[in-house]
Design a protein around this ligand. Sequence first.
Ligand SMILES: Cc1ncc(COP(=O)(O)O)c(C=O)c1O
Length: 281
Amino acid sequence: MKRDDLGATPFGGNKVRALEFLLAGVREGDRVVTVGSAGSTHALAVATYASQLGARTIVGRWRQEMNETAERVAARLDRTAHETRLFAYPPGAYLWAWTRARGARWIAAGGSTPLGVLGHVNAGLELAEQITSDEIPSPAMVVVPLGTGGTAAGLALAFAIAGLDVKVVGVRVVPWIVGRRGRVLRLARRTAALIEGKTGLKVPVVGRDAVLVVNDAYGGAYGRETVAARAAAERLADATGGAVRLDATYSAKAFEVALRLASRESVLFWLTFDPRLLEPR
Ligand SMILES: Cc1ncc(COP(=O)(O)O)c(C=O)c1O
């Protein structure tokens, strides 16, 4: 398991990786606008870290099926963001235009733009270094939840850059229209173009077979807890003496698939969720 939750304080996880780039240059008094579902970890990460930089944060939200983690994240987001607005549907284009008109910084849903994906490329290169320095053996696959696809795209691109034959398995936890292999590959291509444009270096292409999507863990709605994922999360919590607890929307579903695949292949589970978010605060 890659403990990507340990990378930041007050909480880490995959969404914080992207913010290294997306919040670069934000100064005291700036305004930062993003969107997410009611219990969005991405929106909470933006609100938390932009506030630390002294910015004012505005979040457009929409309803989702709630679970324990989503409730906790939503409550924390209420306390952290300066302003939140509830929309009936994802307000992407409308809020983007509003943000532009007011000179605020716009951060797209999930932070999954080529600039944000650079953070996940760095995360993948970090793993590549751990493998090449023999700190850990090379897994056949890395299993990660698949939402807006930035994490899967960045990891796949990093493994291509590092020349590692490691597949990225994205466990879809969102409707198929959002969580598709084609979207992940496109994001990886656009991120490669960004790196090439900035550095002049040639970046390898992520092959179609380097990314696999698992569709059967979703449960039929974003945020809906499944029995299998809950059981897998309980096994991990028991095995770690309660130290690693998973969220029902993303990481528990991915871990359930990781356990299934691990009976046949060497699997690395990418822990994208920080259990500190489950602590009362
Ligand atoms: C804990 C957690 N894991 C995984 C994901 C999915 O990552 P991505 O949107 O990059 O696919 C998210 C997205 O919010 C998340 O909060």
